[in-house]
Design a protein around this ligand. Sequence first.
Ligand code: G3P
Length: 203
Amino acid sequence: WPLLLIIAVAAYLVGSLSTGVITARLLGLPDPRSAGSGNPGATNVLRLGGKKAAIVTLVGDLLKGLAPVIVAGLAVDGASHQAAMGAAGLFAFLGHLYPVFFGFKGGKGVATAAGAILAMAPLIGLFAIVGWLSTAWATRYSSLSALFAAVVAATLATFIAPPFIALAISLMSLLLILRHHGNIRRLMRGEEPRIGEKSDSSI
Ligand code: G3P
């Protein structure tokens, strides 16, 4: 238990590093939390700062989900191996949503969940990414792609992942969907901007 607690706190701190906000500050771009959709994720950084800044944000947010799970998996074996990986992924994700370093104003967790799921259950992660890419290819909506990928990940996890990993993936998917409530409303009204389109709407 003490080790699981240390892993959860460390993963939360890593997840709290908002790559989008840091990248925007370093490049002199508008703060993604107060411009565009108000979300510090790669989609909004793409709107505000272009492709390079968005790729840095995407890769940084993905790695901060992936790395804690890998480290936890290496640090803990035996009966708690999967619990440690599940906790690391879930708490890195929570750090991204509620970052202690950035006034608890975080993102929607898409890239961080993708990194965590890839490390926890690579096959499920790959299916979720294929789900994201095919929805994005067909519709050009980042949010709809993330919502579809979350449903794919949670459904597969329920059937094929070990219990702690399935629990972590299901909780992440649920929180991710709840964080997209503003996007869901805009999608239903037909007002959601497509990938790369500018928008002044708030979350
Ligand atoms: O990465 C989050 C994405 O699904 C939606 O982002 O900025 O359009 O709210 P955004």
